[in-house]
Ligand binder design. Structure first.
Ligand SMILES: *[C@@H]1O[C@H](CO)[C@@H](O)[C@H](O)[C@H]1NC(C)=O
Ligand SMILES: *[C@@H]1O[C@H](CO)[C@@H](O)[C@H](O)[C@H]1NC(C)=O
Ligand SMILES: *[C@@H]1O[C@H](CO)[C@@H](O)[C@H](O)[C@H]1NC(C)=O
Length: 430
């Protein structure tokens, strides 16, 4: 019996995310077989080397090796608990191939996990699971997501802020418990995140330490290409926790604008621009959140005029804006400045004249579901107060399929729409 060894192995929580080294390269047609990368992240409570062993065979030896490094993370709680965050990037992966891997070092290894390397290029159809607001307690929809993942339904996950409720609590032990909860999904799929209000404690340090997203900005804002789509993740929280730095609002805004400019130059190859941010611009829930104010901060910016995102996203023709924060599902008609801009009355989402917003924050947490107000605005197309999550299928350059899965109704699809934008005659919004 070796207690240290024993508990050490037990304390591995795995976290996989993809790494996009060439995210900024304006290269619409990378040479066939160009390698992809995947980064594995895990936690130990004692210092140890960081190694991943992997291979293509489902069983037997794992012939490939990759090394990375570990960084200590000192939690802000009274115990100042120290965790070691290991990061190892696997490179030159065969697009679409399934790999088996384990991580650790000679001091102890995790069990084996599997993932599929992402395909490359623009001619494939990524399938995403999308949700926000998943807690360590009452994670209602998670078992179903886990089953979906095991059945190979997704290529990646978008977790639109609010993790664990809260990762910092109980000297960050709630964060540990949460990572162990999501491991079956997060160790199998690129698990892409943005920060929510529940990550705020100690300047978002649990978020920054536990998730390793692309770019060099601690996962606060970044973007990546996935098939025919360009996906942008950003922080709505910079507008609310100004004491951590007002300059962050401006820095992020400038980055967003330059990233959108680049994405537009590459639009013929990757026509879809999708954003994810935690707090919505619009919502019709019965509460006093930012999205209930006519001039919400996310929409109109600080003081109703500085760094508002609605004009920016409209100007650059963002197609789909994904939000969470409200613990419910709501779909909007194409909208700009409170006005509905349907493509046509009969086909509102075919060649829409404004961005489409989806709010999906009902994966399940201790705060349960958020009720809706009695009278939604004319811009609200559908509201569902049930636990669940969203499936986003980016079929090709012209068709995107959005479905809402209800966990309350045993997996029933309770919303099902297509957004269609032709390549020829694709409208700009203005
Ligand atoms: C909070 O974090 C951001 C980015 O990680 C940093 O730029 C800022 O200075 C920090 N603020 C404080 C008060 O530590
Ligand atoms: C948008 O389309 C929907 C569905 O056809 C319709 O109910 C709604 O009234 C339309 N809104 C406007 C402003 O045309
Ligand atoms: C995208 O898929 C849809 C549905 O299968 C199809 O009708 C459409 O022609 C496809 N578009 C392109 C550009 O291949």
């Amino acid at each position: 019996f070796t207690p240290i060894m024993d508990s050490w192995v037990y304390l591995i929580f795995l976290f996989l995310f993809l790494f996009v080294p060439s995210a900024q390269a304006p290269d619409p047609c990378p040479p066939a077989g160009e390698p992809g990368s995947m980064t594995v992240t895990w936690t130990t409570w004692v210092p140890a080397p960081s190694e991943v062993q992997f291979g293509l065979q489902p069983s037997g030896p794992l012939p490939l090796r990759a090394r990375g490094s570990a960084r200590p993370f000192v939690d802000g709680g009274i115990l100042r608990r120290t965790l070691y965050m290991h990061r190892v990037t696997l490179r030159r992966l065969l697009p679409g191939a399934q790999y088996v891997y384990r991580c650790g070092s000679a001091q102890g290894w995790s069990r084996r996990f599997r993932f599929r390397a992402l395909k490359n290029g623009v001619h494939w159809s990524p399938r995403l699971a999308v949700f926000g607001d998943l807690g360590a307690d009452n994670p209602k929809a998670f078992p179903r997501l886990r089953r979906d993942t095991q059945q190979g339904l997704y290529d990646a996950v978008l977790h639109v802020g609010d993790f664990a409720y809260n990762m910092d609590q109980d000297n960050a032990r709630v964060g540990d418990r949460f990572m162990r909860l999501i491991e079956p999904v997060a160790a199998s799929l690129p698990y892409m995140t943005c920060p929510g209000n529940h990550e705020e404690r100690y300047n978002f340090s649990n978020y920054k330490a536990r998730f390793s997203m692309p770019g060099d900005n601690e996962g606060l804002w970044y973007s990546w290409d996935l098939g025919p789509a360009h996906i942008i993740s950003f922080s709505t929280e910079v507008y609310f926790f100004l004491h951590y730095g007002r300059h962050l609002v401006q820095r992020q805004f400038r980055w967003l604008e330059s990233d959108l400019q680049k994405a537009n130059q590459n639009r013929a190859a990757r026509p879809w621009i999708v954003t994810m941010g935690h707090r919505p611009m619009y919502c019709s829930n019965a509460d006093l959140d930012d999205c209930r104010w006519h001039e919400s901060k996310v929409r109109k910016g600080l003081h109703g005029r500085l760094y508002g995102l609605e004009d920016l996203f409209y100007k650059y023709g963002v197609d789909l804006q994904i939000w969470a924060h409200e613990h419910s599902y709501e779909r909007l008609w194409p909208i700009y400045n409170y006005q509905v801009f349907n493509g046509s009355l009969k086909f509102p989402y075919t060649n829409p004249r404004g961005p489409v917003h989806i709010i999906t924050g009902s994966a399940g947490c201790e705060e349960r579901l958020t009720p809706f107000s009695i009278s939604p605005g004319p811009w609200s197309a559908l509201r569902v107060k049930e636990y669940g999550y969203t499936r986003l299928h980016i079929l090709n350059g012209t068709h995107v399929h959005i479905q809402q899965v209800s966990d309350d109704q045993d997996g029933k699809i309770v919303d099902d729409v297509w957004v269609v934008r032709p390549l020829v005659g694709r409208r700009m919004y203005h």
